[in-house]
Design a protein around this ligand. Sequence first.
Ligand code: PMT
Length: 403
Amino acid sequence: MLDGKRILLVISGGIAAYKSLILIRRLRERGAKVRCILSKGGAQFVTPLSVSALSHEKAYLDQFSLTDESEMGHLRLSQEADLVVVAPATADILAKMAHGLADELATTVLLASAAPILVAPAMNHRMWLHPATLENMHKLELRGVKRVGPNQGPLAEDEMGIGRMAEPEEILAAIEAQFRAGGRLAGLRALVTSGPTHEAIDPVRYIANRSSGKQGHAIAAALAELGAETVLVSGPTALADPPGVSVFRIESARDMLTACERALPVEVAVCAAAVADWRVAAAADQKIKKNGGPDAPSLTLAENPDILATLSQPGNRRPRLVVGFAAETENVVVNARVKRAKKGCDWILANDVAPGTGTFGGDRNTIHLVTEKGVETWPTLAKDQVARKLAERIAETLRPAAA
Ligand code: PMT
């Protein structure tokens, strides 16, 4: 799959650098040519000797090494790569990339490179969740930098949280997805919504639903696999980010709408999220106390914006193809037809979410595809198969010449 592809791997200074050694081996097993740059910090965690032994190439270290500059200047290093991978990508290197710093070989090459860049962030969870890091990452993603991870799990210093570098196999999958950019949906932008939304009652309580995000995440992965530049706007889920997809995590329906509007323009939008139809009209600023009396508090609800209907509105920002879902517990197809007309989308994937179907949270789904041509019932499939079938359908529709 990666035969002859030239990967430039930048290893910056984090404990996860040891996993990059496994990545080098996996890349070479797939036929890639791997050249590595160790940042000053990276060289504190892994040795140039182990990197060059695994990559079968010299490990590049310091911008001002006369030997490096005479053998292979930083410009050549940056030009002779089909993909630059930064793994681990520390908060420091992400900040330098976002602000265009070139203070050592690694950052200079990143600034000079015209090749696509994939980063695998790895850091303490407080550093990852710091607004400065999130802003830097957002800035880089808007420039087209792809990201894999970070994952949730045990971190250094015996802490738990989000910040763990994606596993070498996940990074490899993201690299392969990047090279599939020659796929049928290459050059096309896709937006997918996934998961539930959380609507605050007070700072500790919220209204939510049973969506796990499995279906929406699988669709984002399938579109990226076909080469689409895919943005996933996801409510809170326990799932890892799909490889090669730019993920924006939100909580409420209103946040989801804002993130979707920011992702425009796109050629195709797929709304698989189970968006809360209502929010609490005035969420309390402080935790609501039990007053010991007989009366439970009552909540006044306000209607949330409808993201699918908003994206479907005619105009020059409307995606060429807007796909919604219909989660129904009765009269599935009849209700889905009504929903398609009411929301103005092109296709609706209707699924039965009645208790006992296992559609919410489960791994399988039975879809009735409702289009202007009629209704097509698919066999019960694994959610990733549903996703691939839908992605193929989207490719046939938007790229008919390649079908
Ligand atoms: O996440 P999983 O556990 O894998 O489960 C998958 C799923 C059941 C959540 C998924 O297959 C699904 O059906 N998603 C849509 C859920 C839903 O909210 O359906 P709905 O019939 O209430 O809404 C219809 C459509 O309008 C959906 O595309 C929904 O994303 C969209 N919508 C709804 C309300 C709203 N305020 N904004 C919206 O965009």
